[in-house]
Design a binder for this molecule. Structure first.
Ligand code: AMP
Length: 294
């Protein structure tokens, strides 16, 4: 249901219960998706004559965690320039004074779909490797800027029909930990590395875990570790990959270590069972170097 109200400069549109107050240069608003911070819609920018995505950060100052996350996203989006990271085109608030200031809107390039929508389709070798290559380029750039994402997942990755790809957000703010959301939005933990799930110290390689989970899903056609909650997420990991080594256990906090060590022992499955050759797309006819096995 859509409703329009007008004032001098801002136009107010109600899209699926969310009020969007945007400068009148933005026309044809339509809902695109909902993320952890609020709703995103598509629009046409009559000034630049391009299609854009507008994200409303809903009540970003309701508490310190939300405020820090909004600030982090805004700051990093302005700082990072890379073809595989979504670019910030504009930002605004409809409120006219500091006393009234409540909402922040971010205007970004518009893409066609998120990766959830393409991940389970039959991808040929060219597309699969090109998508993964672009995720890796984006992540490499974030790492070189000292940013560790920690929460890379298909819903945070957007693509265009020409197979170009961009990473949408900058992941978990350090303060957010693993229990950031209090709203009904469901947090997806399937792609989070053990260090993140178990609250350990972490390095850049936590993002490689997420890329591995995404690649596995593209190849197997299903989520690799579909944990139903925080605890079950860890169980799914050890059922497939096996109980971790003593070295790993030694890095855990005593209470977590006690819990993890007392779980059923799992041997884990070897790579060729998890990823048999027939799961991979057949070799490329155009490019001799793109084949599943030598
Ligand atoms: P986010 O709140 O950034 O996680 O975005 C929520 C959802 O909105 C994403 O999963 C996408 O489906 C969609 N979306 C966000 N930004 C864009 C964009 N720039 N282009 C196309 N779709 C987007």
């Amino acid at each position: 249901m859509k409703a329009f109200f007008f004032d001098k400069m801002f136009e107010t549109v109600v899209l699926s219960d969310t009020v969007f107050s945007v400068p009148s240069r933005y026309q044809k608003l339509a809902p695109l998706g909902v993320g952890a911070q609020g709703m995103v819609c598509s629009a046409y920018d009559t000034v630049t004559q391009q299609n854009v995505a507008i994200k409303k950060l809903s009540r970003p100052f309701q508490n310190v965690i939300h405020a820090k996350r909004a600030y982090r996203e805004f700051k990093l989006m302005k700082l990072v320039h890379h073809k595989n990271i979504i670019a910030l085109l504009n930002a605004f608030t409809p409120q006219a004074s500091l006393e009234e200031f409540q909402d922040v809107y971010l205007v970004m390039e518009l893409m066609d779909a998120n990766l959830c929508q393409v991940i389970t389709t039959e991808l040929d070798h060219e597309r699969l490797s090109y998508l993964l290559y672009q995720i890796l380029c984006g992540i490499k750039h974030l790492h070189s800027a000292g940013i560790i994402h920690r929460d890379l997942k298909p819903s945070n990755i957007v693509v265009k029909s020409d197979c170009t790809l961009k990473i949408l957000d900058f992941g978990l703010a350090r303060t957010a930990g693993t229990s950031f959301m209090m709203s009904p939005y469901v947090v997806t933990r399937y792609y989070r590395a053990p260090e993140v799930i178990l609250g350990m110290s972490y390095k850049e390689n936590v993002d490689m875990w997420s890329v591995g989970c995404i690649m596995a899903e593209m190849i197997r056609g299903e989520v690799l570790f579909p944990g139903s909650d925080h605890v079950n997420q860890w169980n799914k990991i050890i059922e497939l990959l096996g109980t971790p080594s003593l070295d790993f256990m030694m890095r855990l906090k005593p209470t977590v270590r006690n819990y993890v060590e007392n779980l059923t022992y799992f041997e884990g499955s070897p790579f060729h069972e998890l990823f048999p050759d027939e799961f991979f797309p057949s070799g490329s006819t155009d490019n001799d170097r793109l084949r599943a096995c030598p």
